[in-house]
Every structure is written in structure tokens, then in C-alpha cells.
Ligand binder design. Structure first.
Ligand code: COA
Length: 171
């Protein structure tokens, strides 16, 4: 009798604030979607960061931007990342590292998550070089000052940024 090895699903969680999602984040998700069975983009509430976009809007925007990928899911969360990982039976935490400056914080986060969720390994991907200088706060700042961010974010994000800045100027 043949014994078929059971294939364990590799579920990866890619957490972040995504305020808003940029082409750098998308690049990481697209590459992760080729490696893992399922990629969960976990959009953190991150109240301390005082995000420009509400959590449900950040989730919706990420869903629209990543609609071309089939093995992904976008979920908002406001609990401990370790609890979110357990809830979704994930075995990998994915983080993007752009430059040396990111390393210290990423090591701290990885060490802490190893203590809190030992069943999950943190893995890192680097974005492609032309996207390595991107950050959501730079995008928000350039856009708020009327700069063109269309090379760095999806057209849906360009529109969302325009709308939110227009609403803010009319207040
Ligand atoms: N392309 C573009 N930008 C990128 C990027 C990429 N590939 N990778 C990271 N960034 C940028 C982000 O845009 C963000 O920029 P900003 O700060 O200028 O807005 C910055 O790098 C880092 O933000 P992010 O990746 O969103 O991480 P974070 O530090 O805001 O959030 C969480 C980290 C959400 C994973 C962490 O806070 C968390 O786990 N929160 C849940 C609560 C919890 O469990 N806390 C304890 C953790 S041990």
C-alpha cells in the first residue's frame, strides 16, 4: 500500500500598517504568493501611528490593489500579532527589509514574535532595488504637497490620496 505524504499548507502572514499600500509592498506580496500556499496581508490598526486612512479603508484599498492575485487574503486586525498568527494557523511571518536602517527594528520584532508565537518563523524579503526607498509616510507627504506619486502607488491609491487631501483642505 502506498503511503502519501501529507502536504502541510504554508500560510504566511505579511503584517504592516499599509497606510497606504505602495508598489513596494505589492512587490513583496507578489513574490511571496509564488513561494507560499497562502499569503495573508494583515493590516494592523496601529492607533499609535495615527494613520491617515481608517482601518477598513486600508483593507479595502489593499484588496483592490492585490485583486490580481488568487492565493491571498487581506484582513484587518487590532489584536496582538502573535494571537492573529495562532488564529490563522500561520507558520511564517513575512517582513520586507529595505535598507540597513530597517534591521534593528526588524530583529527586535522577530525576537519578540519568536517568544510570543514560537511556531512561526520570521522570514525577510527585500523589495526590488527601484522600490527600496519607498515608504508610506513619504508617499503621504509628497501627495499632501501636491506631488505626483503615480510611479510609486496603484492608481486607486492615487485617487484615494487625492480625495482625502481634498476633504482635509475643505475642513
Ligand atoms: N515597500 C514600501 N514601504 C515599506 C515596505 C515596502 N516593501 N516595507 C516596509 N515599508 C514601510 C512602511 O510603508 C512603513 O512606512 P512609514 O512608517 O513611513 O509609514 C514602514 O516601512 C514600517 O511600517 P510597517 O511595515 O507598516 O510596519 P509597522 O512598523 O507599522 O508595523 C507591525 C509593524 C504592524 C507588524 C507591528 O506594529 C505589529 O505587529 N502590530 C500589532 C500589535 C503587536 O502585536 N505588537 C507587538 C509586536 S511584537
Amino acid at each position: 500500500m502506498k503511503c502519501r505524504a501529507l502536504h502541510k499548507m504554508n500560510i504566511v502572514i505579511y503584517p504592516g500598517t499599509f497606510d497606504p499600500i505602495t508598489n513596494g509592498h505589492t512587490n513583496i506580496v507578489e513574490r511571496a504568493a509564488k513561494i507560499f500556499d497562502k499569503v495573508i496581508i494583515a493590516v494592523a490598526a496601529s492607533p499609535k501611528k495615527k494613520p491617515l486612512f481608517e482601518l477598513d479603508i486600508r483593507v479595502n484599498l489593499a484588496k483592490q490593489v492585490l485583486a490580481h492575485l488568487s492565493n491571498i487574503e487581506v484582513i484587518g486586525f487590532d489584536i496582538l500579532l502573535a494571537d492573529f498568527i495562532n488564529k490563522h494557523n500561520a507558520n511564517v511571518i513575512l517582513r520586507g527589509v529595505r535598507a540597513v536602517a530597517d534591521f534593528e527594528y526588524e530583529f527586535q520584532l522577530a525576537d519578540m514574535n519568536r517568544q510570543l508565537a514560537p511556531q512561526a518563523e520570521t522570514m525577510f524579503l527585500t523589495p526590488e532595488t527601484h522600490l527600496s526607498y519607498l515608504s508610506s509616510s513619504l508617499i503621504r507627504e509628497i501627495s499632501s504637497l501636491g506631488g505626483d506619486v503615480s510611479s510609486f502607488v496603484h492608481p486607486k491609491i492615487v485617487d484615494a490620496l487625492k480625495q482625502v487631501h481634498l476633504a482635509n483642505t475643505q475642513k
